[in-house]
Design a protein around this ligand. Structure first.
Ligand SMILES: [Zn+2]
Length: 195
C-alpha cells in the first residue's frame, strides 16, 4: 500500500468511527456547529517541524476551533505581503483575530541549513542552474538569514509589528517552544508594544 492509499484507508476508518470529540452536529447529519472564527481570537504562526504536530497546540491550551494556525519552515516572514502576512491580515480583518503569537522552537532545522547546501542538493536532483540563479538572492536572504531561533523570533515579531497592514493595537508576541518538554519561554511580550 502506498502512502496515499494508507491515508485514504485511515480516513475511511476515521470518518466511519468519528470520535465523539469531533461530533458537534445539531439538526443536520454533517453540519458542524464549530465556527471558523477562533474562539480565543488568536493567530499562531509556528514552524512546520514534525515534533510540533499535536504537541504545540495542547501545550498552549489551544483546541480545535480556538485559533488560526499558520505554519511554514522556520516561521520566517520574507516580505510585507508574503503568504504568511496575507494569512495574518485575513485573520485580523476577517476572522476576528485580536492577538498574534509567533512561536519558534529550539533545534529548528532551518538554523542548520545553508543556501549553498540547498543549492548543491537541488543541482544533484536535476534542478536547472538557471532556475537557481533566479532565486539565489532570495534563497540566501531566507536560509542564511536564519542563524538562531531566538533571533528569528525577534526579527519576525518586529517584521509583523512594523507591517503597515497590522493595526498597532494588535499585540504581537514572540515565544520559544521546546519540542521535547513542551515548555514555552516568552521572548517578546507583545502587550508592551501596542499603541
Ligand atoms: Zn523549525
Amino acid at each position: 500500500m502506498n502512502t496515499l492509499e494508507k491515508m485514504l484507508q485511515a480516513n475511511d476508518n476515521f470518518v466511519n468511527n468519528l470520535p465523539a470529540e469531533y461530533l458537534h452536529c445539531t439538526d443536520c447529519e454533517h453540519s458542524a456547529t464549530i465556527s471558523k472564527y477562533p474562539d480565543k481570537q488568536v493567530a499562531i504562526y509556528s514552524c512546520m517541524d514534525t515534533r510540533l504536530v499535536d504537541f504545540l497546540e495542547p501545550a498552549l491550551g489551544i483546541a480545535r476551533g480556538e485559533a488560526k494556525i499558520i505554519k511554514a519552515a522556520g516561521n520566517t516572514i520574507t516580505s510585507a505581503f508574503d503568504n504568511i502576512m496575507r494569512s495574518l491580515i485575513i485573520a485580523v480583518y476577517e476572522l476576528g483575530v485580536q492577538e498574534i503569537f509567533i512561536v519558534g522552537h529550539e533545534d529548528c532545522g532551518l538554523a542548520n541549513s545553508t543556501s549553498e547546501g540547498l543549492i548543491q542538493k537541488m543541482l544533484a536532483r536535476g534542478v536547472h542552474p538557471s532556475a537557481i540563479h533566479l532565486v539565489k538572492d532570495k534563497l540566501e536572504h531566507w536560509v542564511d538569514g536564519f542563524n538562531h531561533p531566538v533571533q528569528n523570533i525577534e526579527e519576525t515579531v518586529a517584521t509583523v509589528r512594523l507591517n503597515p497592514f497590522i493595526p498597532g493595537d494588535v499585540p504581537i508576541h514572540g515565544l520559544l517552544f521546546c519540542p521535547q518538554s513542551g515548555a514555552i519561554k516568552v521572548i517578546v511580550n507583545g502587550y508592551k508594544h501596542i499603541s
